[in-house]
Design a protein around this ligand. Structure first.
Ligand code: TXA
Ligand code: MG
Length: 347
């Protein structure tokens, strides 16, 4: 089983990291909250079986209580304990991609409290691929798991370093475990199995083509029209910086930028293609080139948005990503970051 193999190859942690994890496990067992690294983004964790601790997550994040949390486990053999009636396709995906950036929405077992699922019958489960997260989960034992949303305030950009968590949540969280920068940088792919057929609720760290090749069948994006499934990442405005963000194709990008600069605005322009080389010389425009491959782009995106958000630009202008499935998660996050309820003219 891939899971077991990966665990054997787990990088060794320093004695100091081990001590911090032991202290973190103690805090969690006493009903506290701990922010911890995963391969996707940092999570804000609490013991899933402790209602007061789970409530603290909602308070700290200022998240509506009907928005469910992902439950993190350390071993595929624990899946039956937290979920039931698990479809074959879910086992296939779990065996192939765990530990990794994939969340499966499954029918919950009675051990999952209502407050974790927002009262829904399903629970989101995943095994994160980060040695600190896995060691922390192991320290809690098989009858505990970590309910953990991304460690940011509701609607804001997910943190990809421990410093981001500190900026975002400060002393509201009891402890922050530092595991360096997250390798994937975007949240997990979320799959639901309504009517046994796998659908993508949120594109993320695992590409659609990889899911399709494991299942040997097409996997569709769920259009979130159902009121009964609440995925906060599927609200239009989410993952958002405070600076207004606009997306333009390469063809229109500099025209729009120059028009804003002419009105006296300071503009940050972020491109991935050669269009960046055509940058006009204007003091109020700052240009930043992102990598042209989606994996490295995804790793850096949130850190860059956060950095530019703090630099007091009036606008962030982002070049539209390529129209290719490997850019789906990036396109999804940029569109949500650019959503403005008062502006119908999205580009
Ligand atoms: O990569 C990730 O998934 C990160 C790391 C920390 O694991 N976690 C994360 O959690 O992004 P959060 O809470 O920020 O986003 C989880 C999404 C939410 O939009 C939530 O509504 C959805 O998963 N979700 C959780 N349980 C669900 C369920 N039972 N049905 C539908 N959506 C669910
Ligand atoms: Mg989140």
């Amino acid at each position: 089983m891939k899971n077991t193999q990966d665990r054997q190859n787990k990088p060794t942690l320093t004695a100091e990291q081990q001590d911090q994890i032991t202290a973190a496990a103690q805090i969690l067992c006493e009903g506290g909250t701990v922010a911890f690294p995963t391969e996707t983004v940092y999570g804000l964790g609490a013991d899933v079986t402790n209602l007061d601790a789970v409530n603290k997550i909602y308070q700290i994040k200022q998240r509506p209580i009907d928005h469910p949390l992902i439950v993190h486990i350390s071993d595929i053999s624990h899946l039956h304990y937290w979920a039931q009636a698990i479809p074959d396709s879910a086992w296939q995906l779990a065996n192939h991609f765990w530990p990794g950036p994939l969340t499966l929405i499954l029918q919950r077992s009675r051990r999952i409290p209502d407050s974790v699922t927002g009262g829904q019958d399903t629970v989101g489960l995943r095994i994160p691929a980060h040695p600190i997260a896995l060691t922390l989960l192991d320290a809690l034992g098989p009858e505990k798991a970590l309910a953990a949303p991304s460690a940011n305030r509701f609607g804001r950009i997910s943190p990809t370093t421990a410093a981001h968590v500190r900026e975002e949540l400060g002393s509201a969280v009891d402890m922050i475990l530092d595991g360096g920068a997250c390798e994937v940088g975007l949240e997990s792919t979320i799959i639901s199995f309504h009517d046994q057929s796998p659908k993508i609720l949120r594109p993320g760290g695992i590409a659609v083509s990889a899911l399709e090749s494991v299942l040997d069948s097409p996997v569709m994006l769920a259009h979130n029209t159902s009121q009964t499934i609440r995925t906060s990442g599927s609200l239009p405005a989410h993952y958002a910086p405070a600076t207004p963000l606009k997306i333009y194709s390469a063809k229109h990008l500099w025209d729009h930028t120059l028009a804003l600069a002419a009105q006296g605005s300071r503009v940050l322009v972020m491109t991935w293609s050669d269009i960046g080389q055509l940058q006009p010389s204007d003091q109020s425009i700052q240009h930043f080139s992102m990598p042209a491959d989606p994996v490295t782009y995804g790793q850096r995106l949130y850190a860059k948005l956060r950095q530019f958000d703090q630099a007091a630009f009036d606008y962030m202008i982002i070049e539209a990503p390529p129209d290719h499935p490997s850019w789906l998660a990036i396109t999804d996050r940029l569109q949500r970051a650019s959503y403005n309820p008062f502006d119908n003219k999205q580009n």
